[in-house]
Design a binder for this molecule. Structure first.
Ligand SMILES: C=CC1=C(C)c2cc3[nH]c(cc4nc(cc5[nH]c(cc1n2)c(C)c5CCC(=O)O)C(CCC(=O)O)=C4C)c(C)c3C=C
Ligand SMILES: [Fe+2]
Ligand SMILES: [Fe+2]
Length: 344
């Protein structure tokens, strides 16, 4: 009997970050990111004009300044946390059985290079794990799309398996529970805010099965087979699962959405509005979770941890504590290992 020595390839994919904080590099990153038709989902010519003539030129210098607040000796946190996660996963998985690579959807290391490295290693199967817990066409969908675009060029296409979301994975929830518990043990919070990356409402409606998702509280509050890919519904569901584990009183738990871009309506409630409401109601101490991200990045450290905090404190708040992301937390590494083993 011949022994099949081919391994299982694993590709961990995160969003991507600029190569440096130079305005030119940030502009290059924004152009690639926002020219993705799953991110700005309008026809090519208006998208090209919007991105190249308006957003990239005006936003790049502002974003570069924000990235400078975030940058470390090891570069962008999104990058080095993903590197650390990958290194720890490699240690946990049997190297005779698995070949692990990491990639970024935009900029580098590219998905094409990650796949090439796996393919050279003679893999019989490739498991693609986009590092986004809740499915969105703009993130997980875009990673899957790009992997298929690359694989389409190969003579031999091995078995490809895609992880579409992992909001219910017990170890994902346990990792957040552990991180949250440390804060809850130290402080008596009035409110627990779960702030997720936003999405244009249009993108939720486009993915709605039989028009089920109308962005009301009714549809998104229930996570069912009809809306299992509705990003907003998965976010509410994530909040509920983490809050239940931490036994947080329901009336002290809020879900909201941050980081709007452009003038179209994005999914609500907006984090900025919630901050104002909470301050007006006399809420003083808030613990914030950001479970759409598995690594700290511009959106967590700067937007939630600095900018929203400043706004809340200016409006009379006393504490706005951000729970750090999963980064290379051991329970999270176990979660990724378990996802890979389930898909193997
Ligand atoms: C949960 C994951 C994310 C979704 C969904 C998502 C959708 C989305 N994002 C933009 C526009 C921008 N996002 C930016 C940064 C950024 N976004 C995510 C994740 C999701 N985006 C992450 C992890 C990051 C941080 C990257 C880092 O380097 O730290 C930015 C760039 C930063 C800036 O200039 O403010 C933009 C722009 C859209 C339009 C969108 C959905 C359609
Ligand atoms: Fe984003
Ligand atoms: Fe919905």
């Amino acid at each position: 009997m011949s022994k099949n020595t081919a391994k299982i390839g694993v590709l961990l994919v995160n969003l991507g970050t600029p190569d440096s904080t130079a305005t030119g590099d940030v502009r290059k990153y924004l152009r690639e990111f926002l020219m993705d038709g799953r991110v700005i989902d309008i026809p090519f010519i208006p998208r090209w004009m919007l991105v190249n003539l308006i957003i990239a030129p005006f936003r790049a210098p502002k974003s570069a300044k924000e990235y400078r607040k975030l940058w470390t000796d090891r570069g962008s946190p999104l990058m080095f946390h993903t590197e650390d996660l990958t290194a720890k996963l490699k240690e946990k998985l049997d190297p005779k059985k698995y070949h692990v690579e990491m990639a970024m959807r935009y900029q580098s290391p590219s998905i094409a290079d990650g796949l090439k490295a796996l393919n050279k290693g003679n893999v019989k199967k490739i498991i693609v794990l986009p590092l986004f817990p809740q499915y969105a066409s703009a993130t997980n969908g875009s990673v899957i799309d790009k992997v298929m675009e690359e694989a389409r060029k190969w003579q031999i296409i091995p078995n490809l398996s895609f992880v579409t979301n992992f909001v219910e994975h017990p170890l994902f929830l346990e990792a957040w529970e552990e991180l949250g518990r440390e804060y809850i043990a130290r402080e008596n919070y009035d409110m627990f805010v779960f702030s997720y990356h936003g999405l244009p409402e249009r993108q939720i409606k486009k993915g709605s099965v039989d028009g089920y998702c109308q962005l009301s509280d009714k549809c998104c509050a229930n996570y069912t087979k009809k809306n299992q890919f509705c990003y907003r519904s998965q976010c509410f569901f994530t909040t509920r699962l983490i809050a239940e584990r931490l036994q947080l009183p329901q009336e002290k738990v809020k879900t909201c959405f941050q980081s709007r871009l452009g003038n179209d309506p994005w999914i609500k409630p907006y984090t900025e509005d919630l901050i104002k409401e909470m301050a007006a109601e006399g809420v003083k101490k808030v613990l914030v979770f950001s479970p759409a991200f598995v690594a700290d990045c511009l959106e967590t450290t700067v937007e939630v941890g600095e900018e929203y905090k400043e706004e809340f404190i200016e409006l009379g708040g006393k504490a706005w504590d951000l729970v750090p992301s999963l980064n290379a937390n051991d329970t999270w590494v176990e979660c990724v290992k378990s996802i890979v083993e389930q898909e193997s």
